[in-house]
Unconditional design. Structure first.
Length: 317
């Protein structure tokens, strides 16, 4: 069943100009995203649980409980999304799955940013440090999970840092301003590292696919060459068989290199086993009847000098 043209669908994009090669890169990027999802979600839940335990004595229980519940909920939703992808990924495009993954990641970023909104200046320093460490760790660790698609990483990190920065900057003071600048600098460094990581992965994927294409091309060339060799061998076999039946042979002489080649039937006509001796003009003359050797030499020399064909009969031993 096709979607209505008016329906907004993540699978309907303006990527018709993307080459097939680029589509394969997107497919591989999405595969990496989903393959990393389970472990990153598990790590995220562990950090969220430890943070909740650490803040349980200072944070409002309703706020903290709501935040943790939201974290568990979005994690379960994303796990279900991973299972759906693993089962039905061939039914929709990679852009469709990337769109849904990025959307769920954005929601997760909002929830992590909500932890910054829970933060209160009245908390002891060690509890404030817990919040900063949790958010810094989760955004830095997300590079390995999300930066394979740079847009996905930025969509995750942006709400986290904006909400945290907004909370910090609600009070104007030198300390708060310094902390805000520190968050801005930290976020910029994360973005730069994520961009380089994403670019490195894309280049690696591109190189792997190019190597795969070259390997396939080489395999196809080898297959064609093998077919040509087999066809040539069949043709050569048919020629040898026809010459054997008609008792007619052929030979080729490279005058410059003084190299002579006889067909199998020429060997038989001369009373030799095929390929039993190395063919040469001198050996040929040795097999010509002594009374005909001079005639043969003169005929061959005349044909060579005048660039003419020749035809004559002679006896062999």
């Amino acid at each position: 069943m096709q979607d209505s043209p008016r329906q907004i669908d993540c699978d309907v994009t303006a990527d018709t100009a993307i080459s097939e090669h680029d589509d394969k890169i997107v497919e591989e990027q999405v595969r990496i995203l989903y393959s990393n999802a389970t472990s990153s979600l598990l790590a995220s839940l562990i950090v969220a649980t430890l943070t909740t335990i650490a803040l349980s004595g200072v944070a409002a229980q309703l706020h903290l409980g709501t935040w943790m519940s939201a974290m568990v909920f979005i994690s379960l939703v994303r796990l279900v999304l991973v299972q759906i992808y693993n089962r039905y990924r061939m039914r929709r495009s990679a852009m469709f799955w990337r769109c849904w993954y990025t959307g769920a990641t954005f929601v997760a970023g909002l929830i992590w940013g909500g932890l910054g909104l829970i933060l209160e200046p009245s908390w002891p320093v060690e509890h404030q440090v817990v919040v900063f460490m949790a958010l810094a760790g989760i955004t830095a660790g997300a590079i390995t999970s999300y930066a394979v698609v740079y847009r996905t990483y930025t969509i995750f990190v942006t709400p986290v840092m904006i909400l945290l920065g907004t909370k910090i900057m609600t009070e104007i003071s030198t300390t708060r301003t310094t902390m805000g600048l520190f968050i801005l600098l930290f976020t910029s460094m994360l973005m730069l590292i994520a961009y380089r990581h994403s670019r490195s992965i894309s280049e690696s994927l591109l190189l792997n696919m190019e190597n795969h294409r070259l390997a396939e091309s080489a395999a196809e060339s080898n297959r064609k060459l093998k077919n040509q060799i087999e066809k040539f061998e069949r043709t050569e076999h048919s020629l040898h068989e026809a010459q054997r039946i008609a008792h007619i042979g052929n030979w080729e002489l490279d005058i410059i290199k003084n190299e002579l080649a006889w067909s199998n039937e020429v060997y038989r006509i001369l009373g030799l086993e095929p390929q039993s001796v190395e063919a040469s003009y001198e050996r040929f003359l040795d097999l010509v009847h002594p009374d005909d050797q001079e005639t043969v030499v003169n005929k061959v020399k005349k044909a060579y000098l005048k660039q003419q064909t020749y035809s004559f009969a002679h006896r062999i031993l």
